[in-house]
Design a protein around this ligand. Structure first.
Ligand code: 5AD
Ligand code: FES
Length: 359
């Protein structure tokens, strides 16, 4: 559906329950007509929580010094791939911080093994790696790459994503290069980052369609107390210490004005629904961050308002708590089998089936 900036803004600001029901219904009908009723399961393995970056929202950033760090062995990861097959998932998503301890060769050989030993599609989500790494992994057989651009506002982006020395961080350019390399590309944003205005979020949604994304992941920002944005969080409901605020003046102003996007469940559903409408064919997950805000119904409501994917966690339980990009993540103690069974039950209760194959 063609939506212009003002229409998107209108929906983001819409408070009328009846009209919002119309938005949910339009997104749900669009989802059914384009990608159908099947809900595809993508098994997620968080293969390392090491990271060299200092993203201001993220709990595994390098400045979080007292966090225990882990990096999984190839055989452990292959065992998770085996579980994905046994549980009927079509895709294995391997995610980590930007960890150069995961060398180009290690990841390439891992991808080769997964592709040789299983029928799984392979998605990588390993940060802003150099093109040579990305190309090697594509040649090894990786199918898809996920890299959220997080915000299309260049000033906000720069404030929350300090670059590595001597490197510029340009995720839009990187997404386009990934596509040229032959990857299917996924991206997305967080909803309610301190300093995110309605206008910038509306522009993010237009960017989804300009980039012609294959996958769009959106979730609420959840303040992590051991991060600059978690500590500074004043206006978005976190436990932040306003006295020690290290927000910029522009962020403070956005937070005080009525243009700050709230990091709420309702706002996240609006963005999920609008993502579906502007990119009818995309795969849109109902995210764990959404389930974290509403454990009882968050995933289901996402699936009923535009989403068609869920990402059950396959990470061994002993590592789960250490992959703490935000606190109190849903499903933190569930084994892969429990998580899979729970999601299947929830999907069937919605009258939707679990998709077969790579989806
Ligand atoms: N709250 C919500 N989502 C977060 N992410 C990282 N930190 C947080 C947080 N504090 C999201 C980012 C990243 C994805 C893997 O997790 O969007 O791209
Ligand atoms: Fe590196 Fe979050 S800061 S993954």
């Amino acid at each position: 559906m063609r939506l212009d900036l003002d229409e998107i803004l209108g929906w983001l600001r819409e408070e009328d329950g009846k009209r919002l029901e119309g938005l949910w219904a339009a997104a749900d009908a669009c989802r059914r007509a384009t990608v159908g009723d099947a809900v595809h399961l993508r098994g997620l393995v968080e293969i390392s929580n090491h990271c060299v970056r200092r993203c201001a929202y993220c709990g595994i950033n390098v400045e979080h010094r007292d966090l225990g760090r882990y990096r999984m062995e190839a055989d452990e990861i292959l065992a998770c791939a085996g579980q994905a097959v046994a549980l009927g998932y079509g895709t294995l998503v391997m995610q980590a911080g930007e960890d150069y301890g995961l060398t180009r060769d290690f990841v390439a050989s891992l991808v080769r093994r997964v592709k040789a030993e299983t029928p799984l599609a392979v998605t990588l989500s390993l940060g802003e790696r150099p093109d040579e790494d990305l190309r090697a992994w594509r040649e090894a057989g990786a199918d898809r790459y996920l890299l959220r651009f997080e915000t299309s506002d260049p000033d906000l982006y720069e404030r929350i994503h300090p670059s590595l020395p001597g490197r510029v961080s340009d995720r839009f350019a990187q997404l386009l290069r990934l596509r040229e390399m032959g990857y299917e590309i996924g991206s997305g944003v967080m909803v309610g980052i301190p300093g995110q205005s309605y206008a910038s979020l509306a522009r993010d949604i237009l960017r989804f369609s300009e980039l012609d994304l294959d996958m769009i992941g959106v979730g609420p920002f959840i303040p992590h107390p051991d991060t600059p944005l978690g500590r500074a969080d004043a206006g978005t409901g976190g436990q932040g210490d306003a006295g020690k605020s290290n927000l910029t003046i522009a962020q403070e102003q956005t937070l005080k004005s009525d243009s700050q996007v709230p990091a709420t469940e309702a706002m996240t559903y609006k963005v999920v629904a609008l993502a579906r409408l502007v990119c009818p064919q995309a795969n849109v997950p109902s995210t764990t961050a959404l389930a974290t805000l509403n454990r009882a119904k968050g995933r289901e409501l996402g699936l009923s308002r535009g989403a068609n994917i869920v990402m059950p966690n396959l990470t061994p339980v002993k590592y789960r708590a250490l992959y703490e990009i935000y606190p109190a993540k849903a499903c933190i103690g569930e084994t892969a089998a429990e998580c899979g069974a729970c999601l299947t039950r929830r999907i069937e209760a919605l009258g939707r089936g679990v998709g077969k194959g790579p989806g």
